[in-house]
Design a binder for this molecule. Sequence first.
Ligand code: CP
Length: 312
Amino acid sequence: MRHVPNLKDFTTAEIQDILARAATIKANPAEYRQLLDSQSMAMLFQKTSTRTRVSFEVGMTELGGHAVYVDWMTSNFVLSGIEYETEYLSRNVSCIMARLMRHEDLLKIIGASQVPVINGCDEKFHPCQALTDVLTISEHCDGELADTHLVYVGVQNNVSNSLVTICDKLGIQLTLGTPAIEDNGESVDAEVQAIIARSDRINHVTDPKQAVQGADFVYTDTWVDMQYFNNPDFADEKEKRVREMLPYQINRELLAGVDCRIMHDMPIHDGYEIAPEMVRHPGSVIFQQAENRLHAQKGLLWWLYEQAGFIS
Ligand code: CP
């Protein structure tokens, strides 16, 4: 059974298939209102979310199915073994989407589930975001994806790991403009670092001004993981991080002379990773990108349910 812990074991053709399905449903949603008739999906959250929750829930509804929100803290996942609770869930639903703190816990859920499991973002990967991002780029690029230069500016994290994986599969040129990674950082993934080291389409530079040269799309994300952003215990570390990262802020000065689209996976932290005026800049596709979470989830669900043999 196929699961979506990340995009590493997906072939290029499979990713293209999912993206094509997303575009097809987006163009004609009414035709797919019964696609997942009577199917139910559990959405398990250990962390906060706006887009992932809304897009999966609305996506299931618009495909004729149903999504059940399960808050980790108010469910018996806090009391019992993750394997037992997962096996129960998978006997009542046909898909599980989970947003967890730790990738190792997502792998436990995959091990215990009798139905497909989708990673809704953990500390290492955000595969659904990467699918959305490429769908958005395909809609706004002037030529072929393979001729497009995406630049990610910020910190290497779950979002950049998934961008590296998908860009490598699809041959998209990607430049990471980030500080050197900390070897012990929680998002560090050896296979992703190996791709960066071996690929001649994926580069890492530490100078943000150098990174954005020749960009078709400039993408940024939070400098501080969501669970730490408003945590008083993390205040000193956050202040240090912000001081170090200010040169990487997406603002008019950084993008002076660069003719590019601006991307951000949201939520936006105004005045941190992006200056407020760049969010509504004419080159911004941030809200189109966020809307595309819905369409990309639908394409993924269609593909995954078909792979599982739940629909034909
Ligand atoms: N981009 C993203 O995953 O948004 P949420 O955290 O709001 O789900």
